[in-house]
Ligand binder design. Sequence first.
Ligand code: G16
Ligand code: MG
Length: 219
Amino acid sequence: STSAFIFDLDGVIVDTAKYHYLAWKKLANELGFEFTKEQNELFKGVSRKRCLEILLDIGGVTATQEEFNKYMIEKNEDYLEYIEKMNESEILPDVPKVLDFLKENNIPIALGSASKNARPILEKVKLLSYFDAIVDGNDVTKAKPDPEVFLIAANKLETSPEKCIVFEDAVAGIQAANNANMVSIGIGDAQILSEADHNFNDFTEMSLDFLKSLMSPEA
Ligand code: G16
Ligand code: MG
């Protein structure tokens, strides 16, 4: 089997964190407390349900099961309004260049995201057709750092975990890739993503030669 590449979504392909932030902030304000950009950092790569638990914790708010479900729906509806307006201009730098290079080399590509909105987002930014497999928040039962999301992706691509290379911007995502026995590539702050096998601030720093070297590790 050939090598395969797995991309996280938020923070790797697009910066949807800013929209998650606005939607969570609106809910926090409605509940009577502030939610800062710094606090939003804790939400990256974390499931919607877990995010709400943390948010309510920050505000010292207790909610019934019914209220909790209502807040989940409300936050997502606000988030979807931002997603609706997304277009190709929001793709992070050099992502299409990397995807094109992988495609030219017939390398399988998968998405491995915690988001339940991954497909509509990829459609909006017109990248959906690049992906041979999509594994998202609708498919997984165990959140990152559990390797489940990436192992399902390897399985769908019909390749073994050792042949997979993962691009991730979250610590839990790097840990999930490492736990899956995959090559982990941190996209973002190398200090924060120090557990990654390789680090880049973004894709503009990554050469095609480097990508090529990952494609044929046995060569
Ligand atoms: C993303 C974001 C998280 C978000 C999660 C679930 O993860 O980083 O902040 O809470 O998806 O998103 P949704 O509410 O759309 O299901 P990832 O894995 O793409 O970086
Ligand atoms: Mg991410």
